[in-house]
Design a protein around this ligand. Sequence first.
Ligand SMILES: [Zn+2]
Length: 263
Amino acid sequence: MTTVSTVTSFLDLLCPPPLAETWDNVGLLVGDLASEVRRVMTCLTVTAESVDEAIRQRAELIVSHHPVLFQPINRLTTATAEGTNLLRLIAAGAAIYSPHTAFDSAADGINQRLATGLGLSEIVPLLSRETDPPGTGGGRCGMLASGSTLTTLAERAKTFLNIPRAQIVGPPDRAIGRVGVACGSAGDFLAQARAMGCDCLVTGETRFHTCLEAEATGVALLLIGHYASERFAVEHLAGVIQKEFSTLSVWASRDERDPLDWI
Ligand SMILES: [Zn+2]
């Protein structure tokens, strides 16, 4: 019998919890390790839509990149959206596992895949702690082929992530060699990218003042959207779990959407 424990033990190997940031909340957050699992859904976030789908499709385990219960709570009621989502999933007997920053920083995690997908070579972590094993750590840094520009990089990102648009800070024809990559909302990596000699930092989203700081310090930015910067990896993760556990039915949520749209 495949249990929650069987699958989450595998996920702990892929996304080792010690790699997570100290402020994070990762691992099995809701559920019973001993309960049986036949159907697993991955998603970026637990939302009303992903909860509807998980219950309709009878998923016993949800692997949500973003954690639930990220902020401590002292009551679990339907007065909040999160309480409603969690009570529905608990009533349906579904467990929730979140790898979050452990997945971002893993050897074959989101940032490694993003750096590879952008065509970078000589990929190394942007920021490694002493305790991080080799090849793991926050963000990634690597080289684009010579002759590349900010436009080249943006076009690669749009093709790899299948997105129509991306935002840039810096001239489109600016020559780009070394590139820093950090999924999600990672403007905090700007100083480290500059220290590593990056010509550009690629992240999902960041604050206006971080854009100004990038411009003032001569580092280009490529903003690909928080959702797009991580959702592709959730889809990939479903395939990895399916490959490991051939008797399970595993899929990436088909109903979750980027809440941001263009008009
Ligand atoms: Zn995120």
